[in-house]
Ligand binder design. Structure first.
Ligand code: MLT
Length: 241
């Protein structure tokens, strides 16, 4: 049986870990505003790897070891960091052939926790939607993990989760968990009404207030690059082949 499951926040991730049956063939992590969109942009612009870490202190250690360190707290670049968490900063002239160490509030935490659920961990955004879906469709049981907002559901992550569910289900008729059905129905409703994602949730509004309106717009662009990003439990690299 092939099953798609959506975990709406790191809290559902934790309860899933306690369930012995919940080891998946693959999982895909979503923090569409903005960590996973930033990771996909960095790799697409030539970064050799992205290493997610939980704490600012850990990132600073990697700074000493030649990594370019990036991330945010409260949406803002931490003091002493080379880069924030805006995908616009991860330009080719900045990241080409560089190793990046990234720490963000929810996204890097979701990635690190995902290691408990599956060995094959993909990193998704609307930017690399089709390439990611095509790769995921080779797997039977898939967990779609939303980073959420500080333990709460994220409107934007849920839209991408629903979009991935819709596309995977169209390829091979997966069974859908209740959470997958919720995300799928949200996405179908939006797509029929607007024909695009709707980034108007609390985190999108916060980013706009902080002056990151262009990030919000960019992160809602569908399929602008065709990379597959694979996290091996230590670093995230472009999947080749
Ligand atoms: C996070 O990991 O919580 C985010 O990516 C926050 C942000 O928008 O920078």
């Amino acid at each position: 049986m092939s099953l798609l499951n959506v975990l709406f926040s790191p809290d559902s991730l934790l309860s899933s870990k306690e369930d012995e049956e919940s080891h998946f063939d693959a999982c895909v992590v979503i923090d569409v505003l903005r960590a996973t969109s930033t990771i996909v942009t960095a790799l697409s612009n030539g970064a050799s790897e992205v290493l997610p870490v939980l704490n600012l202190e850990d990132a600073i250690e990697f700074d000493k070891n030649g990594y370019l360190i990036g991330g945010e707290r409260g949406g803002i670049k931490p003091s002493g960091f080379a880069l924030g968490n805006s995908p616009a900063e991860y330009r080719m002239d900045v990241v080409m052939n560089k190793r990046i160490c990234l720490t963000t509030t929810n996204g890097t935490k979701a990635l690190i926790n995902a290691r408990e659920l599956a060995n094959d961990i993909y990193v998704a955004s609307f930017l690399n939607l089709s390439a990611t879906v095509e790769k995921l469709s080779k797997y039977e049981n898939i967990a779609i993990i939303c980073a959420g907002n500080d333990g709460d559901v994220s409107y934007e992550d849920t839209q991408l989760a629903g979009c991935i569910v819709e596309k995977l289900h169209a390829i091979r008729g997966y069974d859908l968990s209740d959470s997958a059905l919720i995300a799928f129905n949200l996405w179908q409703n939006l797509w029929q009404r607007l024909g695009r994602p709707q980034f108007t949730g609390s985190h999108a509004r916060k980013l706009i207030k902080l002056g990151f309106e262009r990030d919000v717009e960019y992160c809602s662009s569908i399929g602008v690059n065709s990379i597959v990003a694979l996290y091996d439990g230590k670093v995230i690299r472009k999947f080749e082949g």
